[in-house]
Design a protein around this ligand. Sequence first.
Ligand code: ATP
Ligand code: MG
Length: 598
Amino acid sequence: MIHRLSTLFVRTLRDDPAEAEVPSHRLLVRAGYIRRAAPGGYTWLPLGMRVLQRVEQIVREEMNAIGAQEVHFPALLPREPYDATGRWTDYGPNLFRLQDRRGVDYLLGPTHEEMFTLLVKDLYGSYKDLPVWLYQIQTKYRDEARPRAGLLRGREFVMKDSYSFDLDDDGLQRSYDAHRAAYVKIFARLGLDVVIVKAMSGAMGGSASEEFLSPCASGEDTFVRCSACDYRANTEAVRIGTVPAIDASGTPAARVVDTPNTPTIQTLVDLLNGRDDLRRTPSDASASGNAGAWSAADTLKNVLVMLRHPDGSRTPLAIGVPGDREVDTKRLEAAVSPAEVDAFGDADFASRPGLVKGYIGPDVLGEKKPLGIRYLLDPRVVAGSAWVTGANEPGHHVVHLVHGRDFTADGVIDVAEVRDTDPCPTCGSHLRIERGIEMGHVFQLGRKYAEVLGLQVLDEKGKQRVVTMGSYGVGVSRAVAAIAELHHDQLGLRWPRSVAPMDVHVVIAGKPGDDTGPAAEALAAELSKAGLHVLLDDRDGVSPGVRFKDAELLGMPMIVIAGRGVAKGVLEVRDRIAGTTTELPIDQVAAHVIAASA
Ligand code: ATP
Ligand code: MG
């Protein structure tokens, strides 16, 4: 089919849109694929629509190939099922809630576990009906705190979500493996390299889950890969290995030290190293893993945050981490989800005068202490380890404070930052940190949803059994941006053939009335007859220079230029993917382009 630029609904922009933070966003707007319509909401223009539809089609084909069946739910959903599972509340401010004219509550679906569970419950009742795999490609709504980067994080976006229903755990494993394998194929066809990592389950609940991340500098997720074994995890899901307890029998008694003018950990460490009477002991040394002088790793930093729960209530949380590490906000958010994390503000300090800012120590922390602040420790703060920490008095610290002997906490929380070269929890080699875009997520949900919503079937012995479920998502609109993020150069987009909106872009680059127009038209007709989608730049009054620039920006895999060469019987063929430019005799061009597009 021939699509003429003279009538195609598209306008390219010379300048980058002001709000665009990443290349894909910049290029998709400049090349006229999408337009921003609302915060986190984008209009698909004809070229963008074609890419979206091709991505959807690849996803659909691979889902159908494993035997999943397509259905379609409304996006406007009733409150009750989401109340039953607690997600009406747990989703907190991320859920779009609304009311109809009678004042009845509805939501715009952020994901559809509840609805699929109820659908299967409605229609199925026997083990013989299982397994069944259902999916939809549908618009989802989430009131994201930070919509960003165009299609990468929208508040309205397209997702493929599928759900598996099985009688037993082996069945669930098979369903999960089938989806995982289908995802590997989908991302390969989309031209996206992905790394499969261990993940957290978040508001979804359930047990095992993995994410498909596309490595990319502008990705919002960070993940680790072990340099030696096959351990891979989202940093949110990294659990440091067990740290052995320490024998503190030789550690001196805890002692409060006057430490004036030590507002930072470094000033404190310098002061300690200047004091001959404050030698490090083996338990101090083993806590930080290095003998010799005191270092930031010998100090215990108590970080305070406020947790905002889905019901709006707020509770304080204190986290004790070795002073050489920060608390990683994303790891913390994932660990306390569905609660959200707020800073511990001046008002929070003011209402708790027992907290001495900058000198907070374990003495005043813990649920059973008068302040009632829940206190959790990094797993590195093992029993027997000795620490330098706040003495709850301005200008004072305590040294040799031993965990288990001198203080206790309410539990453990593994949310300290993960660093490049940290040891791998599986094999001890070095971890490497990379960034990526989350493209897909597969979950073994188990029986959580089926139990609450009463999805049971009769087993072979006539007994009611709760069904076990999996849920599997692909970010379809996000994929369009991720592909653009990966496939572009300084000139513009460079679509892989599998998703390009057109196969070839034919440019008329001569003067009105010369023989370039007829040559281009003839080629376009021949390519179209062979089944290719041809974008033909037949615009009036647009200079050849602008046409070349637009062709590069729009990013079709092949560009054919009918210019000065036509007089000599040749056309210029540019392969945007291979980055090559060749001149070919006019009568060979069609065969060349058709072969390359196959
Ligand atoms: P994220 O961590 O990026 O917020 P999520 O873990 O909340 O994503 P899931 O619930 O696992 O997302 O949704 C399945 C898939 O839908 C994700 O893997 C991602 O590709 C896509 N997706 C999720 N949120 C968005 C969004 N706001 N905009 C575009 N795509 C999204
Ligand atoms: Mg996810």
